[in-house]
Design a protein around this ligand. Structure first.
Ligand code: SF4
Ligand code: SF4
Length: 342
C-alpha cells in the first residue's frame, strides 16, 4: 500500500541516499522525458513516476599494476576491481527498506536499477547528474567518469523535483540541448584511444572498442591483439587522460567482489574455466554475459604482450585447448613470447 507517497520530498530522498554514501543524487520525472526516451521499451513499461539517479565513486587510490619480478599481471579497470555495482544495489536496498518502513510503500512498487537495460546514461544526463563527455561517458565534477550509476524508480511523483538539478550545487547548469559542456576544446580521449573507437566526439564504435571486446567471442585481429596491451578486463585509456579524472579523492569502501588492480598471469593461466569462474564469483565480472573463455582469451593476449619468458609454459598448455578461441590466442601468445621482439 502506498499511504504517504505525496509526503515524499526530493530533499528527504537525497538525504537518504547521501546517508548511504552515494556521492551525487539527481531526480527526473517521467513527465520531463523527451519522446525518444519516453517511448524506450524499458521506460514505457514502468509507467509514470520519478527516477532517482545516483552516482557512487569507483575511484581507487591504489597502484594500477601489482606485477612483481617474475610474476607479470593482467590489468583490471577501476570500475571492475571491486563490485561497486553490487555495493550500490545493496545500499539502495537499504533505502527501499527505510522508505517502506517510514512511508508504507510497497517494496514491489520500487524498482532498483544498476548496470541495467534502462538507458542509464541519457537518464543521468537529463536529470542533471552529469554531462556527456566526448568519450560517451557521463562526467561529474569531483567524480570525473570514475563512478557507477544506480537508482530507483518510484511509480509516483515526488515533491520538489522542479528544484533539480540544483542551479548552484555541485553541478554546472545543464540542459538537454547542451552537449559535451565539460569538455570544451579537449579531445584527449579521442586522440589516445589505441584503436580509433572514438571517431567523432560522442560516437563510440563498439566494434572497435576494447572495452566492448572484453566479452566478445570472436578472435581479435592482429592489430587489436597488439593494442590490447596487458588488459585482463576493461579499457581505461580514454578515462586516464581525461582532465576530470585528475585529483579525485572520493572513494567507496566495499569488500564486495574484490579482484584488485591486476591478477597474476601465472595464476590465471593455471585455471580451468570452472576455476576461473570461481575466482570472479560475486565480482563485477560475475555476469552471465561474460563467459570464462573470453576472460581466459584476454589473459592469453595480455601474456603475449608481456612477452615474458616466465609465462611461456603457462601459455603453451592452452595450445591444446578444446576451445578454438583459447587455442588461437595461446598460439599467438606463444609465438609472441618466443619471438621476443616486434
Ligand atoms: S574504452 Fe578504450 S578502446 Fe574504448 S573508446 Fe575508450 S580508449 Fe578506446
Ligand atoms: S578527455 Fe577531454 S574530451 Fe574526453 S571526455 Fe575528458 S574532457 Fe571530454
Amino acid at each position: 500500500m502506498i499511504s504517504s507517497e505525496s509526503e515524499l520530498h526530493v530533499e528527504e530522498l537525497e538525504a537518504l541516499l547521501r546517508d548511504q554514501g552515494f556521492h551525487r543524487v539527481a531526480f527526473l520525472s517521467t513527465n520531463g522525458l523527451p519522446r525518444r526516451l519516453a517511448e524506450h521499451p524499458q521506460i514505457s513499461v514502468l509507467g509514470q513516476g520519478t527516477f532517482l539517479i545516483a552516482a557512487l565513486s569507483c575511484y581507487p587510490r591504489e597502484q594500477d599494476d601489482a606485477s612483481a619480478p617474475g610474476d607479470p599481471h593482467a590489468l583490471i579497470a577501476p570500475f571492475a576491481r571491486r563490485n561497486y555495482y553490487g555495493e550500490a544495489v545493496s545500499r539502495l536496498k537499504t533505502v527501499v527498506r527505510i522508505l517502506c518502513r517510514d512511508h508504507g510503500l510497497s517494496k514491489q512498487a520500487l524498482r532498483i536499477f544498476c548496470n541495467s537495460r534502462l538507458p542509464e546514461k541519457p537518464l543521468a544526463r537529463l536529470s542533471g547528474l552529469g554531462s556527456f563527455g566526448k568519450n560517451t561517458l557521463i562526467l561529474i565534477p569531483g567524480l570525473g567518469s570514475l563512478f557507477v550509476i544506480a537508482g530507483l524508480f518510484l511509480p509516483f511523483p515526488v515533491t520538489g523535483i522542479t528544484d533539480y538539478p540544483r542551479p548552484s550545487g555541485d553541478l554546472p547548469p545543464t540542459g538537454p540541448d547542451v552537449r559535451f559542456d565539460l569538455c570544451g576544446s579537449c579531445r584527449a580521449c579521442q586522440d589516445i584511444c589505441p584503436v580509433g573507437a572514438l571517431p567523432e566526439a560522442g560516437r563510440l564504435d563498439e566494434k572497435r572498442c576494447l572495452q566492448a571486446l572484453c566479452t566478445e567471442t570472436v578472435p581479435f585481429s592482429e592489430a587489436f591483439r597488439r593494442a590490447w596491451g596487458f588488459r585482463f578486463y576493461g579499457c581505461q585509456s580514454c578515462q586516464e587522460v581525461c582532465p576530470h579524472n585528475r585529483a579525485l579523492s572520493l572513494e567507496t569502501q566495499t569488500n564486495l567482489g574484490v579482484l584488485g588492480p591486476s591478477l597474476s598471469l601465472k595464476r590465471l593461466l593455471s585455471l580451468s574455466f570452472l576455476e576461473l569462474k570461481e575466482v570472479v564469483r560475486r565480482s563485477a565480472l560475475d555476469r552471465s554475459w561474460i563467459p570464462p573463455r573470453t576472460l581466459l582469451r584476454n589473459a592469453l593476449v595480455a601474456a603475449g604482450n608481456r612477452r615474458d619468458q616466465v609465462l611461456l609454459n603457462f601459455v603453451a598448455r592452452h595450445r591444446s585447448s578444446d576451445d578454438e578461441l583459447v587455442r588461437e590466442a595461446a598460439e599467438w601468445a606463444v609465438q609472441r613470447i618466443e619471438c621476443g621482439h616486434d
